[in-house]
Design a protein around this ligand. Structure first.
Ligand SMILES: NC(=O)c1ccc[n+]([C@@H]2O[C@H](COP(=O)([O-])OP(=O)(O)OC[C@H]3O[C@@H](n4cnc5c(N)ncnc54)[C@H](OP(=O)(O)O)[C@@H]3O)[C@@H](O)[C@H]2O)c1
Length: 286
């Protein structure tokens, strides 16, 4: 397995490569399964050994794909899954986790995230997460789609400060969190886990593929525009990006993006086209 050149550090000191792999939309079509498994395995070989999945994706189908990809290499991977908010109560979180573990063919998760906030009180979810951790089913836990106010609320609850990360949407064309969530998490030594870091292959923000400045920076760095977008998300060392890719050339391109060093001038030019927010923006969620 190749070692990636860039790393982030979780609050418990765990060091992880800055680019991992997403799995949304995997497991939807059985004819794609072997290609998806191969893509994830290639990604692991290239150093993207953080794999993000969720019980929601293809209603367990993505976890089955990941389980297949992990056979014989579980120890090489930092495995992340997510619980539905309606399964995040004390009466159901254990079962949800067990079901994920069964589909993934493993006895523990490295990180378990609350997928988004629902009606279950946060204190109850934290209690459930802490119990799973004590029982050895999960090594650590975190949250997803939490805005700054949610994080502050979490922080005030007993054991809430054991949260390891917050997985949120973050790409060059959607950087609202740079206003307050990123600084808040930096203050608390907690990295961001960036989802949809490629704006879903550019479809959420076509400008990422066509903007002349990005194209110019891409040419200068001998890269593709979306590799520049990916390199941008991990530029500060406080963010782990989890692009999803099934096409082999996409997997390779994403791993290579870790080696792109954007210069101060590149970053300045990107800031001009995609400005840092100057006021609070509501958290972007998909
Ligand atoms: N917590 C949450 O609520 C939440 C929400 C959304 C996503 N996520 C997680 O974040 C992961 C990533 O987000 P995402 O899947 O929404 O979007 P994404 O990673 O931004 O984009 C995925 C799309 O980009 C294409 N692609 C990948 N690498 C490429 C490259 N180098 N050049 C051109 N196109 C490329 C993929 O195509 P191919 O697959 O055909 O290669 C796919 O169509 C998800 O898979 C999931 O694990 C979490």
């Amino acid at each position: 397995m190749i070692q990636m050149s860039r790393y982030i550090t979780l609050p418990d000191g765990t060091s992880l490569p800055s680019i991992g792999q997403g799995t949304w939309y995997m497991g939807e079509n059985s004819q794609m399964k072997s290609k998806e498994v191969k893509a994830l395995q290639l990604g692991i070989d290239l150093g993207m050994n953080v794999i993000d999945t969720a019980e929601m994706y293809a209603e367990g189908g993505a976890e089955l794909v990941v389980g297949e990809a992990l056979k014989g290499r579980r120890e090489d991977v930092f495995l992340v899954s997510k619980v539905y908010p309606h399964h995040a109560g004390l009466d159901s979180i254990e079962r949800a986790c067990e079901n994920s573990l069964k589909r993934l063919g493993t006895d523990h998760l490295d990180l378990y995230l609350l997928h988004w906030r629902g009606s279950v009180p946060l204190a109850e979810t934290i209690e459930g997460m802490e119990k799973l951790q004590k029982d050895g089913k999960i090594a650590r836990w975190g949250v997803s789609n939490f805005d700054t106010a949610d994080m502050k609320e979490l922080w005030r609850i007993e054991n809430g400060q054991n949260c390891m990360t917050n997985q949120v949407l973050y790409h060059l064309g959607s950087r609202g969190i740079d206003y307050d969530l990123v600084p808040w998490q930096e203050e608390h030594n907690m990295p961001i886990m960036a989802y949809s870091p490629l704006a879903q292959g550019g479809s959420l923000r076509k400008q990422l593929l066509t903007d002349p400045i990005i194209k110019e920076i891409a040419e200068k760095n001998n890269a593709e525009p979306l590799q520049i977008a990916l390199a941008w998300t991990i530029r500060a060392g406080n963010c782990l990006a989890i692009p999803k890719a099934v096409q082999e050339e996409h997997v390779r391109a994403n791993a290579e993006a870790a080696d792109i060093d954007l210069s101060d001038e590149d970053l300045h030019q990107l800031d001009e086209v995609f400005p840092r927010p100057t006021r609070k923006m509501p958290l972007d969620i998909i």
